[in-house]
Design a protein around this ligand. Structure first.
Ligand SMILES: *[C@@H]1O[C@H](CO)[C@@H](O)[C@H](O)[C@H]1NC(C)=O
Ligand SMILES: *[C@@H]1O[C@H](CO)[C@@H](O)[C@H](O)[C@H]1NC(C)=O
Ligand SMILES: [Zn+2]
Length: 483
C-alpha cells in the first residue's frame, strides 16, 4: 500500500487536470436545476464522466471535416491549424451595397441570386449587401445600370479582407497567453479548441461560481459546451446568452466569451445586478460550421449536416430550424439554400440540444440574448411574420435602454425594432422560440458593423464591440433587478 496514494499525489502535482475531481466540487445548491433533480438528462445515451455536475476536460475523437466527396474515413481525429485544407478562394469577389428603394430592385436581386451570380449578405428595407462573384462583375453591373439601380462597392477584394482580418498575435500577447493558463484572447478570432479550453479553465479556476456542461453534440460530434456563472443564491434571476448560431459571424462568439471573461474573472467586484443573476452562456452553438469557416470556407453560414434528396447540399440554417412557427415565411425548403429550414422543427442536433436543455431545465429565464452579425440591430419578436407580442412595448423600451447604453459607451448606433418589421419575416428563429417559452426579454442582437467589413470584421474590432455591448448587458441586468 502507500504507492497508490503516492501515485495519486504525484499525478495531482504533475497535472492539475487529473486533479479536477478534487478541486472542482460544486458547492451545495450549485447544481444546475433540472426538472428531474436526480440526473442530468443531456448525456443519456453515453453518460460523460462528471464530477459535481461538471464535465471533465477530456479528449474526444471527432470525425474529420473534409470535402463531402472525399469523406471516407469517419474516425480521423479533429484537424488542427497545421492541417493543409483546400480553402475556398474569394479573390476578386466584391461586396456591394445596393439601394432597394426602386420597386423592381428586390426582384432583380432575387433573379441574380437564383442565377448564382451574387449571394445576399443581408439588408433592410432600403438597401441590401450582395457578394458579387468575380466572373459576374460585368453582368451584374450591366443589370443594375439597365434598371437604374444605384450601388456602391464596399469591399473591392473579399479575399484580401479575409487575409487581413485575423492577424497573428504579437510577441507580448503570445507571452501572456503562455502565462494565463488558457489561450483565449480578444485580440484574435480563436479556434473552437481555445474557446472550450478557456471555458474549462474558468470552471477549474473558479469552481464555486463557474461550471461547464456539455448539453449535446454537434452533427460531427463536437461538444456543445455551456458555461454557467452563479453564486447559487436561490433568489437569483436567470439569463441565457448564446452566440455562433451562424458560422461566419465570428464577432459573435468573440463577444460572448468576452462577457464570460469579464463576469467570471471579476465576479467579486461585480455589481449586485450581475451577481443576482445566474448567467448561462453557449458561445458556439454551431461548432462544426465555425471550424469549417476557419479551415475551408470563411463565409459558410449553416451547420454541416449532410443534405438529403437529389440536391444533397450540406447544411441547415440553424436559425430557421427552431420549433415555433417552423417552416413559415423567410425560410427555404430547398437544402441548397443558405436559409434552408431543415427537414423538420429541431431536426438538427445543435438546435435540438438547446431545446432539450430548456425543456429539462427548471430555471425560469428572464431574458434570452442571441448574438449575430451584422447590421447593428436590437431585434425582438416576432420574426415569423409582421406581428408583435402583447408586451412589445416593454421589449421596445428595454431595447431602447440597451441601445442607449451601447451608444454612450462606444458610439455605435443600434436600431431597435421587431425583426419582421425592421428587417423582413424569417420563421424558425431562436428568438421566436424563446419568446414562445415565455421568456420575456428576448432579443436577437446583430453586432457591428453596417457593411463596411460585414462578416469579415477585423479582429481589432472585437474589444470595442464587446465593450459597448457589455454595457448593454449591464443595463439589462440593472433593469431586471428592478422587476
Ligand atoms: C453574362 O452575360 C452574357 C451576355 O448576356 C452571357 O452570355 C454570359 O453567360 C453571362 N455571364 C454569366 C457569368 O452569367
Ligand atoms: C439600412 O441600412 C443602411 C446601411 O446599411 C442604413 O444607412 C439605412 O439607414 C438603413 N435603413 C433602414 C430603414 O433601416
Ligand atoms: Zn446570424
Amino acid at each position: 500500500m502507500g504507492s497508490l496514494t503516492k501515485t495519486v499525489v504525484f499525478l495531482c502535482v504533475a497535472s492539475s487536470v487529473l486533479c479536477t475531481p478534487f478541486i472542482n466540487q460544486l458547492q451545495p445548491g450549485q447544481e444546475w436545476p433540472t426538472r428531474s433533480s436526480v440526473k442530468q438528462p443531456y448525456n443519456q445515451a453515453e453518460p460523460e464522466p462528471t464530477v459535481g455536475g461538471v464535465t471533465k476536460n477530456e479528449e474526444v475523437d471527432v470525425p474529420a471535416v473534409v470535402d463531402e466527396e472525399k469523406a471516407t474515413d469517419d474516425d480521423k481525429p479533429i484537424e488542427t491549424l497545421d492541417d493543409v485544407v483546400e480553402r475556398i478562394d474569394y479573390t476578386g469577389a466584391q461586396v456591394w451595397k445596393v439601394s432597394t428603394m426602386k420597386n423592381n430592385a428586390q426582384r432583380l436581386i432575387n433573379q441574380l441570386a437564383s442565377e448564382k451570380l451574387i449571394a445576399s449578405w443581408g439588408g433592410n428595407h432600403t438597401s441590401i449587401d450582395i457578394l458579387v462573384k468575380p466572373k459576374a462583375l460585368e453582368n451584374v453591373t450591366a443589370a443594375l445600370k439597365t434598371k437604374d439601380i444605384s450601388y456602391y462597392v464596399m469591399i473591392e477584394d473579399l479575399q484580401q479582407r479575409i487575409n487581413e482580418e485575423n492577424p497573428p498575435l504579437d510577441e507580448n500577447e503570445l507571452e501572456l497567453q503562455d502565462r494565463r493558463g488558457h489561450r483565449m484572447t480578444w485580440k484574435q478570432y480563436h479556434r473552437l479548441e481555445d474557446i472550450h479550453g478557456f471555458m474549462d479553465y474558468l470552471a477549474k479556476t473558479y469552481p464555486s461560481i463557474v461550471s461547464v456542461k456539455t448539453i449535446g453534440k454537434s452533427h460531427e460530434g463536437r461538444d456543445l459546451k455551456m458555461l454557467r456563472i452563479s453564486d447559487g443564491k436561490p433568489s437569483n434571476k436567470a439569463v441565457f446568452i448564446d452566440g455562433g448560431i451562424h458560422a461566419r459571424e465570428w464577432i459573435s462568439p468573440a463577444v460572448v466569451t468576452y462577457f464570460i471573461n469579464q463576469f467570471a474573472e471579476n465576479f467579486d467586484v461585480e455589481s449586485d445586478d450581475i451577481k443576482n443573476i445566474d448567467w448561462y452562456f453557449l458561445p458556439v452553438v454551431n461548432p462544426d460550421g465555425y471550424e469549417y469557416t476557419h479551415k475551408t470556407d470563411r463565409l459558410w453560414r449553416k451547420n454541416r449536416k449532410f443534405g438529403y434528396g437529389p440536391s444533397s447540399c450540406t447544411g441547415t440554417d440553424l436559425n430557421r430550424n427552431f420549433g415555433y412557427r417552423w417552416g413559415g415565411k423567410g425560410a427555404s425548403s430547398y437544402p441548397c439554400s443558405d436559409i434552408y429550414r431543415g427537414s423538420g422543427p429541431f431536426s438538427e442536433p445543435e438546435s435540438k440540444a438547446i431545446n432539450d436543455f430548456f425543456k429539462s431545465s427548471a430555471v425560469k429565464f428572464s431574458a434570452y440574448l442571441t448574438y449575430h452579425s451584422y447590421g447593428q440591430y436590437l431585434l425582438y419578436p416576432w420574426g415569423y411574420d409582421n406581428a408583435l407580442p402583447p408586451d412589445h412595448k416593454d421589449l421596445e423600451s428595454m431595447g431602447k435602454l440597451i441601445a442607449q447604453a451601447i451608444r454612450n459607451t462606444g458610439g455605435s448606433n443600434y436600431q431597435v425594432g421587431s425583426s419582421s418589421g425592421l428587417l423582413y419575416p424569417a420563421s424558425g428563429g431562436s428568438d421566436d422560440w424563446a419568446k414562445s417559452l415565455n421568456i420575456k426579454y428576448t432579443y436577437t442582437i446583430e453586432l457591428s458593423d453596417t457593411g463596411r467589413y460585414g462578416f469579415v470584421l477585423p479582429a481589432s474590432y472585437i474589444e470595442p464591440v464587446a465593450r459597448e455591448n457589455i454595457a448593454g448587458v449591464r443595463v439589462l441586468a440593472r433593469q431586471l433587478s428592478k422587476i
